[in-house]
Design a protein around this ligand. Structure first.
Ligand SMILES: [Zn+2]
Length: 294
């Protein structure tokens, strides 16, 4: 009877939201954002990064070694030399391109170029893929060579990948994921008094919100930023930036086939992408004229 009385006198409140948890998370997120905010190199976009290039490069190197140990890396013949030369030319113009774009928006260059240890490998594989890991570890898969078709188009692909590394997109994604995970933990605590069905519904909506409201637009931003910077790098390295358009058209055609290129799963080619590149073309041609005199 006692138990019953105490139960009815202090009923456990169901269905409430612990707003103070949300508030606390909001305060923390704001502090985290302001104390880890920096300007993206080349473009000046505000980005959230809480790790050093060195930390990021160590992770990149570890992943690179693992991938190479499981791959057939080509060293003989013309193709590896061609890929190496394109990488060298793109990286060599990097600091000058950064300085040019920084000056155009009255900012100072900020990339720690010394922290990058560039390496490029051509991997024998049917996969049409290419990447550049943090710290400057580049890989090109032979399967992407026929889609590229020429040096300028391959330079557009590699410039795009190198741009991801220089813009530190993966460090930014790590910081963003950290915040999203913490946010979903906070939400979980805040609604833990709701009944299970309601909790599930709220978390599903929040999960979709994080995916489509934060993480997805974020990766779209990264893609168009890498397109922009990659195009400028290729142009400055005296490749023909206009080849990027044909390249993305060929990518689109290849993805309509039975086995879409690996690259296309993270790099959807669409009219938006091509239109963006076309808008950037006058600037790219200007940079090419300034760097190469043609
Ligand atoms: Zn990309």
């Amino acid at each position: 009877m006692n138990t019953l009385n105490s139960r009815s006198s202090t009923p456990r409140r169901r269905g409430g939201v612990r707003w103070w948890v949300i508030l606390l998370f909001g305060l923390y997120a704001a502090w985290y954002w302001f104390s880890n905010q920096q300007e993206a190199a080349f473009t000046g976009r505000a980005q959230l990064i809480d790790s050093s290039v060195q930390e990021e490069a160590a992770l990149g190197l570890q992943a690179y070694r693992e991938i190479l140990s499981q791959s057939r890396v080509l060293t003989q013949g013309q193709a590896p030399a061609q890929v190496k030369q394109i990488a060298e030319r793109l990286v060599a113009v990097g600091p000058r391109v950064e300085a040019t774009l920084a000056a155009a928006r009255n900012a100072k260059p900020s990339i720690a170029w010394d922290a990058y240890d560039w390496q490029v490998s051509l991997i024998q594989s049917e996969q049409a893929n290419a990447f550049c890991l943090p710290g400057g570890k580049i890989a090109v898969y032979t399967g992407i060579l026929p889609i590229a078709g020429n040096d300028s188009a391959l330079a557009a692909i590699m410039g795009h990948e190198i741009a991801h590394a220089l813009l530190r997109h993966s460090a930014e994604r790590m910081a963003q994921n950290k915040l999203v995970n913490l946010g979903s933990m906070a939400a979980g605590v805040a609604i833990s008094d709701m009944d299970t069905q309601q909790q599930k519904a709220v978390m599903a909506v929040m999960g979709a919100g994080a995916q489509y409201g934060v993480l997805l637009p974020f990766s779209r931003d990264h893609e168009s930023e890498a397109d922009e910077v990659g195009l400028m790098l290729a142009a400055a390295a005296c490749y023909d930036p206009r080849e990027a358009i044909g390249l993305w058209e060929r990518m689109g055609q290849a993805s309509a086939g039975q086995a879409p290129p690996e690259f296309m799963s993270t790099h959807p080619s669409g009219s938006t992408r091509i239109a963006h590149l076309e808008r950037l073309m006058p600037q790219a041609l200007e940079i090419r004229a300034a760097f190469c005199g043609k």
